[in-house]
Design a protein around this ligand. Structure first.
Ligand SMILES: Nc1nc2c(ncn2[C@@H]2O[C@H](COP(=O)(O)OP(=O)(O)OP(=O)(O)O)[C@@H](O)[C@H]2O)c(=O)[nH]1
Ligand SMILES: [Zn+2]
Length: 370
């Protein structure tokens, strides 16, 4: 007798305090508030660089009792000529602290249309785990990867606090806590026998979806596609990328072969978020390719993670897949997370006038196999 996939909803589990602390901190940063980040080497009050004004900067410095500092990724520091590295985080200091215009100029390439501020003497050095955690938190909040911080000896009692290790462990811990929460039959244009299964992490964070087509046999390698969310391509039919074709193409191909699974992963813009992807598009229109635009913003060229995908496959009962992709990173990542990829199935679609350069860059610089 063949088995079926386990798509049934599972009981809720309580979110561990570590996930909750990061969630609270993310919400606070996104509304322009202050967060206390605690590390073995000390603590800092921080704000997202994207959210600062002159008033909030003075408030930050006064609350911490020290000057404001700016944490930038090595990528962004390199672009600015302040550092020479691709990895890690740099701490930038200005004599007596920063004003909002200088922060904007340093953190946001889109701010170049504003008048250039008068820079105070800047100094940039490779930073340790405290600054790294602050920048990582801004990234988790899907904001620009830059943090304004002030070292805090005796922090105010009423501020949201989070530990550096809670921040660095957040994505993995959230992925490990995923569980099926609901499912429904949803006949699709190209796959009438389809079900959507929703997965939620225990902290109520970002949900991912599995589209199960037909009745895959988990004892055989399952035809699978890992699709990263692309609002512009998937929903609006944007011609800048190939995502819409790849999404609908995968659904059609899986249905034609009989059965399989498409994981719809909530990591828009190769993990930088929709707002930052639009910033990257602006930079591309100014001449940067899709990878360099990410680097200009201070991100890596690809910020995606595939532990959530591996975890969803495991929860469904799938341990072996035939993976529809041109991207060798996806094959490696699944294998690393314990899912055997028995075969890579190419997933190529014709280009159009707008996405030729994008596809060429994927092939020449990202190692996509076309
Ligand atoms: N940052 C950024 N993300 C983009 C851009 N164009 C498309 N994306 C995102 O790239 C992701 C699509 O990648 P996928 O189709 O999942 O995978 P892939 O890496 O192209 O590999 P394949 O499996 O071969 O398709 C989506 O999250 C899109 O939003 C861009 O110019 N900049
Ligand atoms: Zn796209």
């Amino acid at each position: 007798m063949t088995r079926s996939l386990d798509t049934t909803p599972k009981p809720e589990i309580a979110a561990p305090p570590s996930l909750v602390a990061v969630d609270r901190a993310i919400a606070e940063l996104r509304r322009g508030g202050l967060v206390l980040v605690e590390h073995a080497d000390g603590a800092a009050l921080m704000m997202a660089a994207e959210a600062v004004s002159d008033e909030s900067l003075s408030h930050l410095a006064a609350a911490a009792g020290s000057a404001t500092l700016l944490g930038l990724t090595g990528r962004r520091a390199g672009v600015l000529g302040l550092g020479d590295t691709e990895a890690g985080v740099f701490r930038v200091t200005a004599a007596n602290g920063f004003d909002a215009a200088t922060i904007a100029w340093l953190a946001d390439p889109g701010a170049r249309s504003l008048p250039m501020p008068v820079f105070k003497e800047l100094d940039a050095r490779r930073a340790g785990g405290l600054d790294e955690a602050c920048v990582a938190l801004a990234k988790l909040a899907r904001l620009l990867p830059a943090a304004v911080l002030a070292l805090a000896a005796t922090p105010a009692a009423d501020v949201v606090r989070v530990g550096a290790t809670e921040i660095t462990g957040y994505q993995d811990n959230a992925a490990r806590s995923l569980r099926q929460v609901s499912q429904a039959r949803v006949p699709l244009e190209n796959a009438e026998n389809a079900r959507i299964v929703a997965f939620r992490p225990s902290d109520g964070g970002i949900e991912h979806l599995a589209i199960v087509i037909g009745d895959p046999d988990p004892d055989q390698p399952v035809l699978a596609r890992l699709h990263s969310e692309c609002f512009t391509g998937d929903l609006l039919g944007s011609l800048r990328c190939d995502c819409g074709d790849q999404l609908r193409g995968a659904i059609a191909e899986i249905a034609q072969t009989g059965s399989g699974v498409l994981l719809y992963l909530a990591q828009e813009g190769r993990g930088i978020g929709l707002v930052n992807k639009l910033r990257a598009y602006e930079l591309q229109d100014a001449g940067f390719d899709t990878l360099d635009a990410n680097l200009q913003l201070g991100f890596d060229d690809d910020e995606r993670i595939y532990l959530p995908a591996a975890q969803m496959l495991r929860l469904l009962g799938i341990s072996r897949v035939r993976l529809l992709t041109n991207n060798p990173l996806k094959v490696d990542a699944l294998a690393r997370h314990g899912i055997e990829v028995t075969e890579r199935v190419p997933h190529v679609f014709p280009s159009n006038d707008h996405n030729q350069g994008y596809l060429r860059t994927k092939a020449t610089r990202s190692g996509h196999l076309f």
